[in-house]
Design a protein around this ligand. Structure first.
Ligand SMILES: C[S@@+](CC[C@H](N)C(=O)[O-])C[C@H]1O[C@@H](n2cnc3c(N)ncnc32)[C@H](O)[C@@H]1O
Length: 251
């Protein structure tokens, strides 16, 4: 997959590929990350990319000409790639959108700055606006990096079987189950005995039950939402174990 990021801060975005799963994805050839800086397309000798808003008001806006030229340059290299603008006004990024994007050959991500982007650029060149949450960042770069990280770990060959996304939160509309490692007893909090017994059917059943409980407790909107129909909920709730794990733990 090829991701091209249009940004005034390429060094910030490129840092995402220097560690973790994006780095693995790049090293394994599953992801190629490119940045294009609108400043390179500014016509004046000061390489101006912003200007005051018509009608007055605070802050500056990204000027249309250099930004549009940078987006056109990105599209020229990946004509079929959708162009997404990071924007607090966009559709909220979620698991399904990330999973869909990971199936695509590429995407162009456009990072706004200042008060944002001239509306005419959005109208002419942007296919979708994507938000990473209901708060305002000072630029789209962190949003682009979130998207790149989330997509990279879903690309084929990036995560091994042992780290598969299948059990992650939000797959099958459920959150993940709790995880434990050594020591078995940490300051009086013991690992649930079922995880120590080697009975993999029992471990799977316990994990399923914990996923359901986690989801119902932390994200009732998911639990009662469209992702899980009534029958599936009934089947899953039949496996509930109500106590917290360390309360059920006999020495
Ligand atoms: C300071 S913000 C502009 C906010 C804009 N005036 C508004 O209130 O909708 C500058 C840029 O940061 C990015 N940005 C800010 N918050 C974001 C969010 N929640 N998700 C994605 N991008 C965001 C966008 O690219 C935006 O153009």
């Amino acid at each position: 997959m090829k991701i091209t990021v249009v940004t005034l801060f390429p060094e910030l975005v490129e840092a995402v590929a220097q560690s973790g799963m994006p780095r693995v994805a790049v090293e394994r050839g599953a992801l190629s990350l490119q940045t294009i800086n609108p400043r390179m397309f500014a016509a004046d000798r000061h390489r101006t990319v912003d200007d005051r808003p018509f009608g007055g008001g605070p802050g500056m806006l990204l000027k249309p000409e250099p930004l549009a030229a940078a987006i056109e340059a990105a599209k020229a290299e990946a004509p079929s790639a959708p162009v997404w603008l990071l924007s607090p006004q966009g559709a909220r990024l979620d698991r399904d959108r990330v999973a869909d994007l990971a199936q695509q050959a590429g995407v162009v991500l456009v990072c706004g700055r200042y008060e944002g982007v001239d509306q005419r650029v959005i109208d002419r060149l942007i296919d979708a606006e994507i938000s990473i949450g209901d708060y305002v960042l000072s630029g789209g770069e962190l949003g682009a990096m979130v998207l790149i990280d989330a997509v990279a770990r879903r690309l084929p060959g990036v995560l091994g079987d042992a780290e598969s996304v299948a059990q992650d939160s939000f797959e099958a509309a459920l959150l993940d189950h709790p995880h434990y490692t050594r020591p078995e007893d940490w300051s009086g909090q013991r690992v649930p005995p079922v995880l120590l017994g080697g009975n993999h059917r029992a471990i799977d059943a316990w994990r399923s039950s914990q996923r359901v409980q986690n989801t119902a407790r932390h994200r009732p909107d998911l639990f009662y939402g469209q992702g899980l129909d009534a029958r599936a909920r009934a089947e899953l709730t039949a496996t509930w174990a109500p106590e917290a794990p360390w309360q059920t733990n006999e020495p």
